[in-house]
Design a protein around this ligand. Sequence first.
Ligand SMILES: Cc1cc2nc3c(=O)[nH]c(=O)nc-3n(C[C@H](O)[C@H](O)[C@H](O)COP(=O)(O)O)c2cc1C
Length: 169
Amino acid sequence: METIKAIMTRRSIRNYTTKQVSKPQVKKLLEAAMNAPSACNQQAWQFIVVSDRDILNAITKIHSYAQMLKTASCAIVVCGDIKAEQCKDYWVQDCSAATQNILLAAHALGLGAVWLGVYPRMERLKDLQKLLGLPKKVMPLSIISIGYPKDKVKSVKRYSAKKVHYEKW
Ligand SMILES: Cc1cc2nc3c(=O)[nH]c(=O)nc-3n(C[C@H](O)[C@H](O)[C@H](O)COP(=O)(O)O)c2cc1C
């Protein structure tokens, strides 16, 4: 899919068919994630791929806005690895770029995905660290719910000239 078209037609997908996402597809998503830009090119990220139904269901108990995981084929948890940071405090931007790359790659592959926010909701973050056995310095920023889209979600245009300023405010 052409890049601009992918960006303009991506939507959050929360309803999935029962078709399973394959391992090579997940690998492609992870490759897209790790090709994201990062501060100092530090790549201080770690990814947890979750396909286990019990774990996916357990996440829905931690995160009330993640109920679609009950029917998702899998999820990728994008984490910042604080210990691996060279440019301090940039892990949030780095992991956000990786998350967006996964969303766009999923869309380009004909999959459906949605970004589920974790950081900076610290209670959610701590519960997820515990559930997934993450070290203390590995901070989950987002969970991406992934599956085959059940229905087509229309693209939207959000461009607003009022939000653009040239040279100065
Ligand atoms: C930081 C962040 C956190 C989000 N958290 C959730 C969430 O917890 N649950 C959910 O269903 N969608 C979540 N979303 C998806 C947004 O609701 C969605 O992107 C927004 O409504 C725009 O719709 P679109 O993605 O279809 O363009 C999140 C998106 C971002 C960027």
